[in-house]
Design a binder for this molecule. Structure first.
Ligand code: DLZ
Length: 163
């Protein structure tokens, strides 16, 4: 039987919905800002490449990744975007702080998505080293901010099509 599924991937931004009518919120953590700003730039460029207009993209900065869910919820209530993209980077250190933050944020964002019916995108890097983060913020593994944007565009389309 022929598959009815389209060949879509977050690594490939062809076949992506047009963003000109969509509204976005992007929340960016300041910790590891050399990384998070690069992720943000990749994300923003991708949204704009697909037609998103500047006045429909609301951006807020927060101190750290742990603050992403709370800030995402606040900006969702204030701006009513079609999707909230949360960008952060938690690098493993000597303690287990990374596990606490990453688990809390992943759980927080999925809870928000389910409770509100609005997609919250997990644009958080969880590397072991700063080099691994650089590799994923425009380095040899691409820019995960681009993938967050592609995911957001697809989820925003779904959100806007809700009954
Ligand atoms: C405290 C902390 C540490 C140790 N590491 C990071 C990190 O690698 N990335 C990040 O985004 N935030 C870190 N934070 C800060 C927490 O996310 C949070 O801002 C504080 O615990 C205050 O709630």
């Amino acid at each position: 039987m022929a598959s009815a599924l389209k060949n879509l991937s977050t690594y490939d931004d062809s076949n992506i919905p047009d963003a000109s009518e969509m509204t976005f919120a992007i929340v960016v953590a300041d910790w590891n800002r050399d990384i998070t700003h690069a992720l943000y730039e990749g994300c923003l460029e991708t949204l704009q490449k697909h037609g998103a207009s500047e006045e429909k993209i609301h951006v807020v900065q927060v101190p750290g990744t742990f603050e992403l869910p709370a800030a995402g919820r606040i900006i969702a209530g204030r701006e009513n975007p079609d999707v909230v993209i949360c960008i952060g980077c938690v690098i493993k250190g000597e303690t287990q702080h990374d596990e606490y933050i990453n688990n809390a944020v992943a759980q927080g964002l999925v809870n928000l998505s389910i409770a509100t019916g609005r997609p919250f995108i997990f644009g958080v890097l969880t590397p072991n080293t700063h080099q691994q983060a650089l590799d994923r913020a425009g380095g040899k593994h691409g820019n995960k901010g681009v993938e967050a944007a592609v995911t957001a565009l697809r989820m925003a389309e779904l959100y806007r099509a809700k009954a």
